[in-house]
Design a protein around this ligand. Structure first.
Ligand code: NAD
Length: 303
């Protein structure tokens, strides 16, 4: 038996389609498009690619994109002043500052300056607290996408044992909160965890967000478990060719798991789709408009 492959590309395309439909209805009711501002400081090549894809997705969803590209030597004060302008701009529903930021800028100062009700990345401490408290806020896009993929496999996660490998603020910790809210019994594992293979073997749901290529092996996986691989690691071979691999050793894990995300084509495409979803939700909240429930809970179950 080999695992069912969870098609993140198809799930993401379906989510983006549902967001576009909901945005069209929002525009008809309010007479304006949701607006998403993306701020990029410096010339980091990977960040530039992400920002371009986010802008393309914003346009495809029928939303307005406001792109701000600032030079690498921008001061923290100038960036904070831009955030203040975006916070005050009624046409802007969501603000995203692409990380990492250059060394002269304190990322925490920038994140905490964003209006929590426009913080579509969900990184502001107020949104971290809302997630922990079970209040409506914004959930970071990558773990939100992982949860949607998990719900496409099993509608209820209640009572399942889940192990999240990785405790970062942008993936591991919010992922654990989301799984707890779904009534999973959650273990957060990290670089100091003892007997990581033994912990992972207990889990019905494994989420790997580590940044170590192929760390999680097939013989760590409980037969039939669902495995979500967040890792995006570029491997460069001796001949100079390169490819992307996840944090899970896919070839061995696919033999044991019940369902598994591939890399690429698993979690990755869901992140931008969830950003579009968060921007739409923000616009609805700010206008007092109803959020179309089919955006998150499609009648066809997902992809
Ligand atoms: P991070 O470096 O901030 O955190 C990594 C975590 O893994 C840490 O908590 C650390 O304790 C843990 N860890 C490190 N080595 C370990 C080991 N040997 N055993 C157990 N735990 C270990 O990384 P991050 O930002 O959470 O990203 C993790 C991975 O996910 C990276 O590959 C990143 O590129 C990828 N990522 C993908 C997306 C996406 O859209 N798909 C988004 C964000 C991050």
């Amino acid at each position: 038996m080999t695992a069912r492959i969870i098609d993140g590309k198809a799930h993401a395309a379906a989510l983006r389609g549902r967001v576009a439909t909901a945005v069209a209805a929002f525009r008809a009711v309010t007479g304006r498009a949701p607006g998403l501002a993306v701020v990029l400081v410096g010339e980091d090549a990977a960040s530039s690619v992400y920002v371009r894809s986010k802008n393309r997705a914003t346009g495809e969803a029928g939303m307005r994109g406001f792109e701000h590209r600032l030079p690498a030597d921008t001061s923290e004060a100038d960036l904070l002043a831009l955030i203040d302008r975006l916070n005050a701009d009624p046409a802007v529903d969501g603000i995203l500052v692409q990380l990492p930021l250059p060394a002269q800028i304190d990322a925490d100062a920038v994140i905490t300056r964003i209006d929590p009700d426009k913080d579509v990345d969900g990184f502001h401490p107020v949104n971290v607290g809302r997630l922990a408290s079970g209040l409506a806020g914004f959930v970071p896009c990558t773990p939100l996408g992982c949860l949607m993929l998990l719900k496409g496999v099993a509608l209820s996660l209640s009572g399942l044992d889940a192990v999240v490998v990785g405790r970062s603020a942008i993936v591991g910790k919010p992922m654990a909160q989301l799984l707890l809210a779904e009534s999973c019994t959650v273990t957060i594992a990290h670089s100091r965890t003892r007997d990581l293979p033994g912990r992972v073997r207990q889990a019905d749901v494994v989420v790997a967000a580590v940044g170590v290529p192929g760390l999680v092996k097939g013989d760590w996986i409980k037969p039939g478990a669902t495995v979500i691989d967040v890792g995006i690691n570029r491997i460069v071979r001796a001949d100079g060719s390169s490819s992307l691999v996840g944090d899970v050793d896919f070839a061995s894990a696919v033999q044991v798991a019940g369902a598994i995300t591939p890399v690429p084509g698993g979690v990755g495409p869901m992140t931008i789709a969830c950003l579009m979803r968060n921007a739409y939700v923000s616009a609805c909240r700010r206008e007092g408009a109803a959020i179309d429930p089919r955006v998150d809970a499609p009648e066809d179950g997902g992809a």
